[in-house]
Design a protein around this ligand. Structure first.
Ligand SMILES: *Cc1c(COP(=O)(O)O)cnc(C)c1O
Length: 393
C-alpha cells in the first residue's frame, strides 16, 4: 500500500524544495480586522472580507433564524428538492441588486464558472480569455471542446487581433471571458474597451466580478462601475468575499438563468447551499444597499494606505482597488517579508511563482472597511522598518 502512494510524498517533497507548499495558519475565531491566528493577535491584511461583514451581528442573526426555521441543510440538489423559498428570495434580491432580469446562485463562484462555461460553448465556438483569469475560469474553459485563445493581460490590441481573426473563421459564437478585478494585481478589467470590441465583433461578454462586488460601483460591482450592466451578458460573482458569507452567483437575462439551471452540471448534480447561507447573503446585500459609508470607508483606507506605502518606496504595480500588492521581486524576499510581518502581528500573504511571474513575488495586502487609521498606521510603521531592514525600500 505504502509504495503505491509514495509518488505523493515525492511530489510533495519536490514542491517543498521549491518553496511552493502552503503553510496553513488557522484562525481561532471570526475573520475580522483583529484576529487571533494560532494563538497570536494579528492585524488581518489577507482576507477577502473587504466590507467587514463576515462577523456582522446582522448576518449572524439572519443565519441563526434561518437555521431555526429551515434546518441545517437544504436536503437535496438545487434541481431536485433543495431549492427553498429563501433561495428564491435571494435570486430576486441579486437580480435587483445587479440590475439584471434574473439571477441564481451556485455553491461557490468556482462551481459557477466550472459548471456554466462548459455549457455555453462547444465545438465551433471560440473562448477568449485574459491570461490572468482566475483558475475556475481556466478550468471551465478546459472542460469544453471549444477553440481557445488567450490574450496578454488587458492587452486590448491583442484581443482585437484575436476577434478579427475569429471573424474570418465563421465561429458559431465567440465569448470573451475576464475577471472584473484581477486578484493578484488589484487592477480592473478594461470593460469599456472589452464591451466595445465585443459589440464591434459580435462577441459575448462574460465577467467574473468576485473581487469587484461590494467594492466597485457603490458596492454593486463592475457593471454599475462602468455603467455597463446591460452590456455584460454573463455576470458571475461570489458571496464569499466582500459580502462576508459564502456562495456563488450568476446574474443576467431570464434566458441565461433558465438555461443555466437546466444545463450547468454543478447546479444540476450538487446540493444547494444551506438555507442559512441564503439568509446571510440576503442580509449582506441589504447592508451594502443601506450603508454606502461602508464601501466609502474601504476606499478611504485603500487610498490612504496605498499613498503611504508608495511614498515609502514600495512598488504597488497596477493596483487600483483594495488589493494592494507590495512587489518585492524574489520569492525568498517576499516570504521573509511576510514572515517578519507575521512576527510583528500582521497577517499578510506572500505570493510567489507560479502564482505570479518569477521576478514579481509580492506581499498581497487587502484593505478592510473595518480597519481604523491606527490599524493602518501600525502596519505602515512595521512595513517601513522591515522593508528597510530587508533592503526592499
Ligand atoms: C475568489 C474567486 C472565485 C472563487 O469564488 P468562491 O465563491 O470562493 O468559489 C472565482 N472567481 C474569481 C475571479 C475569484 O477571485
Amino acid at each position: 500500500m505504502r509504495e503505491m502512494t509514495e509518488f505523493l510524498r515525492r511530489e510533495y517533497e519536490e514542491m517543498e524544495k521549491q518553496g511552493l507548499t502552503w503553510t496553513i495558519r488557522s484562525l481561532n475565531g471570526p475573520s475580522q480586522p483583529h484576529v487571533k491566528v494560532e494563538g497570536k493577535d494579528c492585524l488581518m491584511l489577507a482576507s477577502n472580507n473587504y466590507l467587514d461583514l463576515a462577523n456582522d451581528p446582522r448576518l449572524k442573526e439572519a443565519a441563526i433564524k434561518a437555521i431555526e426555521k429551515y434546518g441545517a441543510g437544504a436536503g437535496s440538489d438545487w434541481s431536485i428538492a433543495g431549492t427553498m423559498d429563501i433561495h428564491i428570495e435571494l435570486y430576486k434580491k441579486i437580480a435587483k441588486f445587479k440590475n439584471t432580469e434574473d439571477a441564481i446562485t451556485f455553491q461557490t463562484g468556482f462551481a459557477a464558472n466550472s459548471g456554466l462555461i462548459p455549457q455555453l460553448a462547444g465545438k465551433g465556438d471560440l473562448l477568449v480569455s485574459d491570461e490572468l483569469n482566475h483558475g475556475s475560469i481556466i478550468d471551465g474553459v478546459r472542460l469544453t471542446k471549444a477553440d481557445r485563445a488567450v490574450y496578454p493581460h488587458s492587452d486590448m490590441a491583442a484581443l482585437e487581433k484575436i476577434l478579427e481573426d475569429a471573424n474570418k473563421k465563421d465561429y458559431r459564437r465567440v465569448i470573451i471571458l475576464t475577471d472584473g478585478v484581477f486578484s493578484m494585481d488589484g487592477d480592473i478589467a478594461k470593460m469599456k474597451e472589452i464591451c466595445k470590441l465585443a459589440d464591434e465583433y459580435q462577441a459575448l461578454v462574460y465577467v467574473d466580478d468576485a473581487h469587484g462586488e461590494g467594492v466597485l460601483g457603490d458596492g454593486h460591482g463592475i457593471g454599475k462601475h462602468f455603467n455597463l450592466e446591460k452590456e455584460i451578458h454573463f455576470q458571475i460573482g461570489t458571496f464569499s468575499k466582500a459580502f462576508g458569507s459564502f456562495g456563488g452567483m450568476l446574474a443576467g437575462s431570464r434566458d441565461l438563468i433558465l438555461f443555466a439551471y437546466n444545463k450547468a452540471r454543478t447546479w444540476l448534480l450538487s446540493a444547494a447551499f444551506p438555507p442559512h447561507v441564503a439568509a446571510a447573503n440576503i442580509a449582506a446585500l441589504d447592508i451594502v444597499e443601506k450603508e454606502p459609508d461602508r464601501v466609502k470607508r474601504l476606499w478611504d483606507n485603500t487610498k490612504y494606505f496605498k499613498k503611504e506605502v508608495e511614498s515609502m518606496g514600495y512598488d504597488t504595480g497596477n493596483s487600483e482597488t483594495p488589493i494592494i500588492p507590495l512587489i518585492v521581486g524574489e520569492s525568498k524576499k517576499a516570504k521573509r517579508l511576510a514572515d517578519k510581518m507575521y512576527d510583528e502581528g500582521i497577517f499578510a500573504l506572500a505570493i510567489v511563482y507560479p502564482m505570479v511571474a518569477r521576478d514579481k513575488a509580492r506581499i498581497r495586502v487587502q484593505m478592510n472597511a473595518g480597519h481604523t487609521k491606527e490599524d493602518l498606521d501600525f502596519a505602515l510603521e512595521k512595513l517601513e522598518r522591515i522593508g528597510k531592514e530587508l533592503k526592499i525600500i
